[in-house]
Write a protein that binds this ligand. Structure first.
Ligand code: NDP
Length: 396
């Protein structure tokens, strides 16, 4: 008898919840679904939202490769969808090569003690994945993820050469708290308090945090101040998009969010070095995380929309062209469907889609790959079917 496909999801946070719900909606592809995380209670909560028997749950501390190997073997998993934190990427990847299991994640590796992320160490595992005959798909969330696929899609269908890309990420949701982050606060705050960076004419240009801003009129949302940040998908896109001269990433932030960030930064609450407090050591940003609302709790309170897309300019048949592709999600509709707000939803759905294409062997090559290295068409079709319909505009 043929073995039934087994999908192991690691991480039961906001994104893990969406991935679990979406895999269950596509059970014919994902087969037996196991959700494992550090805190079993979070897995139980997600399990209770789904039809009885839809998923199994387990406990794993993915900081140790051996623990991940054990759980992969326990369930004889075919694929691991890693939606824990970026800190666990390497241990989970190593467990996948050791057990010859396919791997997918949504965020690139970051060392817990160094606020820096890059693909170097994950790309360095390419040979190990090839030797094991299995595949790793990196960054299959929205950005990175869908945004990389948007770039590949316009490259394939709209341009002979792309000269500039701006990735535009707007979350116009309102959760009613004075300050909260929409995904893991530690990861989020580390990202936005870091220096900005963009790529032009073959070089990275560094900016101070929030130094460059512009107003962009986001369809279905309206004009919003958008700030230049470094974002991980640019590292792979500069390698894979032909003729590219410049790529930048912009994200919207409200005034209140920025004011809180400035104060927290000034008083040292975003620090990642331990400080001594009475008899113990505290890492300020980790302590702050314990005070802030759990991103998962924002779901029922968040109203408004997200709009994430890319604007590309370049040449087709000798003429200049400017194309905008974007996707709009509504926080309340996402919550209605999978009990998570749109930031988790727009990350979890592409994670499910990437894994679905791998299991169906529509996207399949041994080795370590970024999203734009595959044919974008099946992914774009799945987005329309799985709850992330997108639009494309010819701007001039
Ligand atoms: P959460 O903090 O809500 O969830 C993370 C989950 O991982 C928690 O359940 C946590 O367990 C679990 N976890 C943490 N450490 C371990 C460990 N050592 N072993 C096992 N489980 C562990 O984060 P999100 O769901 O918001 O984000 C998940 C991932 O998605 C992150 O990597 C994030 O960077 C990425 N992301 C990507 C985006 C994209 O567009 N590409 C956008 C948003 C997020 P516990 O409950 O015990 O803390």
């Amino acid at each position: 008898m043929e073995k039934r496909t087994t999908t192991l999801i690691i991480g039961a946070g906001g994104v893990g919840r969406v991935v679990a719900h979406k895999c269950v909606q596509n059970k014919d592809v994902f087969g037996r679904i196991v959700l494992a995380s550090r805190t079993l209670a979070k897995c139980e909560e997600i399990q209770s939202e789904l039809p009885e028997g839809a998923i199994e749950i387990d406990n794993v501390d993915a900081d140790e490769t051996q623990n991940v190997i054990d759980i992969i073997k326990k369930y004889n998993a075919d694929i691991v969808i890693n939606v824990a934190l970026p800190y666990q990427d390497l241990t989970i990847m190593d467990a996948c090569t050791a057990t010859k299991t396919d791997y997918l994640d949504t965020a690139n590796y970051e060392h817990p003690d160094l606020a820096k992320f890059e693909y170097k160490e994950q790309w360095a595992r390419d040979d190990a994945f090839k030797e094991a005959g299995v595949m790793a798909l990196l960054g299959s969330g929205f950005d990175p993820g869908a945004t990389n696929v948007f770039c590949a899609y316009v490259q394939k269908h709209y341009f002979d050469e792309i000269h500039t890309i701006d990735i535009l990420d707007c979350n116009a949701g309102d959760h009613g708290y004075p300050f909260a982050t929409n995904f893991n606060p530690e990861i989020n705050l580390r990202e936005v308090s870091a220096n900005g960076r963009y790529w032009e004419n073959g070089k990275w240009i560094e900016t101070k945090p929030m130094e460059i801003k512009m107003v962009w009129d986001y369809p279905e949302v309206g004009p919003k101040e958008s700030y230049l940040l470094y974002h991980e998908e640019m590292e792979s896109l500069v390698k894979h998009i032909k003729g590219l001269k410049r790529i930048r990433f912009f994200m919207t932030f409200g005034e209140s969010y920025l004011k809180h960030m400035e104060v927290l930064q000034n008083v040292g609450m975003l620090g990642i070095e331990p400080v001594k407090y009475k008899d113990c050591e505290i890492v300020p940003i980790e302590f702050l995380k314990t005070l802030l609302p759990d991103p998962a709790s924002l779901g029922p309170r968040t109203k408004g929309k997200t709009n994430i897309g890319i604007v590309a300019e370049g040449i087709k048949d000798g003429k200049k062209r400017k194309i905008y592709i974007y996707q709009v999600s509504d926080h309340e509709k996402c919550y209605e469907e999978v009990k998570s707000q749109a930031v988790s939803y727009t990350t979890g759905v592409p994670a499910m889609i990437g894994a679905k294409l791998m299991l169906e062997k529509r996207w399949y090559k041994p080795g370590v790959w970024n999203m734009e290295q595959f044919d974008p068409d099946p992914f774009m079709e799945e987005m329309n079917k799985q709850g992330l319909p997108w639009k494309i505009i010819e701007m001039e």
